[in-house]
Write a protein that binds this ligand. Structure first.
Ligand SMILES: [Zn+2]
Length: 198
């Protein structure tokens, strides 16, 4: 999960507005697991509304697993099989789109940190059903991804708690000072107060 959190730092910043990071790991390779790829919400960067952290990671992993010059060099059919041995970690409970992508992929495990209930309570829009419900409704589906929730949520809740709560503290390494009082990395330039004419 810390690698999914670290994906935000690596790909965006310590306090991105859309703090949705993901990591896909092969736990069958070793006890600690072998990281295959990371992803972070890239909607603001790319304008593609499907690029939630989980889908971005699935796209990144597909490219890495298929890359003829990469470490895996898998065929499309082999990639389709590979998902069944991989685990997807995400900083927040997946929306219905990502939950469906996870179920269709057939991941061995899906692990989230901050729950959709917490996201809703802090002001984020959420489509329903939440992934727990979507998984519960589709128990007979041909793949059997195991779901684990609230893993390290104490570390991810603060990353997703400041955006709609003006009094909430910024994540470590950030402070208020962006447009609308948003949190910005400490190294980022601040909005300058411009004195009125006259
Ligand atoms: Zn999503």
């Amino acid at each position: 999960m810390r690698t999914a959190i670290g994906a935000l730092h690596s790909l965006v910043s310590p306090c991105p507005f859309e703090a949705y990071g993901a990591a896909i790991v092969n736990h069958t390779a070793s006890e600690a697991g072998e990281l295959v790829c990371i992803g972070a919400n890239a909607i603001i960067k790319e304008g593609n509304p499907t690029l939630h952290g989980e889908v971005a990671a699935i796209n990144n992993c597909t490219a890495i697993l298929r890359d003829p010059k990469g470490p895996y060099k898998l065929s499309a059919a082999e990639v389709t099989e590979a998902w069944k041995g991989l685990s997807l970690y995400t900083t927040a409970e997946a929306c219905p789109m990502c939950s469906a992508a996870i179920r269709w992929s057939g991941f061995r495990e899906y692990i989230y940190a901050t729950s959709a209930d917490t996201l809703l309570a802090t002001g984020w829009d959420q489509l329903l059903p939440v992934s727990r419900e979507l998984f519960a409704r589709n128990k007979g589906f041909r793949s059997s991804t195991v779901l684990y929730g609230d893993v390290l949520r104490n570390e991810t809740d603060p990353l997703l708690g400041w955006q709609f709560q003006p009094d909430a503290p910024c994540p470590t390494g950030c402070s208020r000072g962006g447009t609308g009082g948003h949190c910005l990395p400490d190294w980022a330039p601040r909005i300058q107060e411009v004195a009125p004419f006259g």
